[in-house]
Design a protein around this ligand. Structure first.
Ligand code: TTJ
Length: 656
């Protein structure tokens, strides 16, 4: 019962020049993040075709001329002419705002939300864009470009009408290739890492869709046979494979994740879950393939149902007596890794970072389907061992919770006395305005000493870390709170943790992590981010947490010297200054003098800070579990691929 689409299904709204005048209104930012946003617009369209069952393969290719292409093997964008306007479907998709891949309500699918501004926005912000549609055994082609007309920049202008090239094609599909406009974006350098991560995530979320990524900028293989780098993402198990991947370095309580799929009041629902010996909960939720870091109605529905079903099971199995009260939701989520993915129409986002799903109907639907799915799953006798493992874990968690509550009361009573001692290592600043004050958390005593000499004490405080702080994931809250490094941070910041957290009490509005540019430094940074993510999440979503970027190299020739922050800058400076220049590599913060540390890393006028986003913190968490895990090989690779916090990361926001 498949509806026949044509160009007349596409609603025509308005023109493109507005997008170039105010790119921020359409893609939020013109930073690296915005650059990738216009790629996701195109990828989303191809993914939609796959999600609707008309394509099972998507290819992304990065070219050396700064362009990138996305292809699918779907039905192809409509090529027929809209009777009222005389435009082809292709022309409408790429020139009319809010029409890109979005058809009328009847055939409207699930794209939209965070992205969902349409393929025309990508066209508007590109130097050129080419589209090929393969269908009717032939190849149709159309090109667009941005150019000066009467002294004004016109965006996404058709170079010619869509035409049949006569090149025969045995398959159907769509190919879009575009080159982002360097006069629009702060950077036009596509990040292989960012694109890889997102495509992998999309492959997990859309089982059976094969996604390939080719990067012609990176050649691999031996000298005689150089090939562009290529990666393939394909997961038959979908989000169940995602859960297994997340738990790769942990010890699962049972082998196969529980995987529920359903549909209720037009909301498509899928959840996969597995428990491990960790003490924290890890729920990754999505709506229409968009991560919802702040959770929302779908997550609430899932948690409600999980708590209800498992409390019922405890009673049914005589593990909770009539007079005993229910366990809390937290008890059922200790050590839980879950991926929740729903697809629905008219999504509404809320929250500080607009990553919280606001639709109440999502709660009802997910609650309903989780209850139904779990009850059915537990009713099956062969799943009894899984149920037993979960119930046992929850009962233990509840017992420890009770013990920790008592312990916490004692800690609280001691707090006022101990505060004095704990902030002993802190060199506080003299200024009394939290909004101006900065706290540098510095790796190691010696670098801490240098930072103390270097700082401007009127607003910069220094907290040196001696040992490694405790991994907040592998430990229960009582242990985390007992770790001296962590306690020092908590008391220095003054804003409390978890339920007691209050950002109004924060003593320093910039919390800056300064660690060495090596594996140990990456590790400490990841542990600190995990701690903030777990216990002071709002500190991150408020944008109070930063990474300080010390220089990696100093290049000098005669009396000129420059500090360089990455390999690309080094290569560029080498070219400029020639082969006689001397290069010094900084292995640690400790190798710099106080003057050098001040001028490169601490002086607000000259330093580079990376503001940590919720996404950064969430991936730090994954990093920590790999670093702390036992899988050595995996650990090595993961560090190489992910420990890099640099300016190229699309999530990162560079500030002073
Ligand atoms: C719409 O209705 C007719 C049949 O095809 C539907 C459609 O538009 N399919 C479609 C669009 N498949 N792939 C796309 C697409 C792919 C890329 C890479 C980029 C864009 C903008 C759309």
């Amino acid at each position: 019962m498949q509806k026949n689409y044509s160009a007349s299904d596409i609603k025509i709204l308005e023109g493109l020049d507005a997008v170039r005048t105010r790119p921020g209104m359409y893609i939020g930012t013109t930073s690296s993040r915005g650059l990738h946003h216009i790629l996701w617009e195109i990828v989303d369209n191809a993914m939609d075709e796959a999600a609707n069952g008309f394509a099972d393969s998507i290819a992304v290719e990065i070219f050396t001329d700064g362009s990138i292409s996305v292809s699918d093997n779907g039905r192809g964008i409509p090529v027929d002419i809209h009777p009222e306007t005389g435009y082809s479907g292709v022309e409408v998709v790429f020139t009319q705002l809010h029409a890109g891949g979005k058809f009328d309500n009847e055939s409207y699918t699930h794209s939209g939300g965070l992205h969902g501004v349409g393929a025309s926005v990508t066209n508007a912000l590109s130097e050129w864009l080419t589209v090929e549609v393969y269908k009717h055994q032939t190849t149709y082609r159309m090109e667009f470009e941005s150019r000066l007309e009467d002294g004004k920049m016109k965006s996404g202008v058709p170079k010619y009408k869509l035409f049949d090239t006569g090149v025969s094609s045995e398959h159907t599909g769509t190919m879009v290739r575009f080159k982002p406009d360097k006069t629009v974006f702060e950077t036009v350098n596509f990040s292989l890492d960012t694109i890889s991560k997102r495509l992998k995530e999309l492959a997990f979320l859309n089982k059976g869709v094969k996604i390939t990524l080719t990067d012609n900028r990176v050649l691999t293989g031996d000298i005689n046979n150089k090939k562009p780098l290529s990666r393939e993402f394909y997961y038959e198990g979908g989000i169940a494979d995602y859960v297994k991947y997340l738990n790769e370095t942990k010890s699962p309580a049972f082998d196969t994740p529980i995987h529920l799929i359903g549909e209720h009041s037009k909301i498509h629902f899928e959840v996969a879950m597995q428990y491990t010996d960790a003490y924290t909960e890890n729920i990754f939720s999505y709506v229409n393939n968009i991560p919802t870091s702040e959770g929302g109605m779908h997550e609430t529905g899932f948690k409600m149902a999980l708590t209800k079903v498992l409390n019922d099971q405890l009673r049914k199995n005589g593990l909770l007596k009539d007079k005993e009260s229910n366990l809390l939701g937290d008890d059922f989520r200790e050590g839980l890794t879950a991926v929740l993915s729903i697809k629905m129409q008219n999504i509404q986002f809320e929250g500080q970072t607009k990553t919280k799903l606001g639709n109440p109907e999502a709660k009802t639907a997910v609650d309903h389907m989780t209850q139904e799915g779990l009850e059915k799953y537990f009713a099956d006798a062969k799943n009894k061992p899984v149920l037993d493992a979960i119930l046992k874990k929850a009962l233990l968690a509840a017992r420890v919770r009770e013990a920790a509550r008592k312990e916490k009361e004692i800690v609280r009573a001691q707090k006022s006395i101990e505060n004095f001692n704990l902030v002993g290592k802190l060199s506080s600043c003299t200024g009394k305005k939290p909004e101006l004050n900065e706290l540098f958390i510095v790796e190691g005593d010696s670098a801490g000493g240098t930072a103390k000499q270097a700082r401007n004490r009127s607003f910069q405080a220094i907290l040196p870390l001696r040992g490694k702080p405790l991994n907040a994931e592998k430990s229960r809250i009582d242990k985390v709170l007992a770790n001296e490094e962590i306690r020092t941070i908590i008391s220095a910041l003054g804003c409390g943790i978890s339920g007691d957290f209050n950002v109004d009490d924060l003593n320093y509005h910039k919390v800056i992590i300064l660690s060495d540019a090596d594996q140990d430094g990456a590790h400490i940074r990841a542990i600190l981010l995990t701690f903030f993510f777990r216990y002071m999440k709002d500190l991150i979503s408020n944008g109070n947490v930063y990474i300080g970027l010390p220089p990696l190299y100093k290049i000098s020739r005669r009396d000129v010297s420059e500090y360089l922050y990455d390999e690309v800058a080094l290569a560029e400076a080498r070219q400029r200054l020639g082969s006689t220049a001397t290069i010094q590599r900084y292995k640690g913060l400790g190798e710099m003098s106080a003057e050098q540390l001040w001028s490169t890393t601490m002086d607000p006028n000259r330093r580079t800070l990376v503001r940590v986003s919720i996404e950064d913190a969430a991936s730090a968490e994954k990093l920590v579990s790999v670093l702390m895990g036992d899988a050595v090989e995996l650990r090595k690779n993961y560090i190489i691929e992910n420990a890099d916090f640099n300016k190229e990361d699309a999530f990162s926001e560079i500030v002073k």
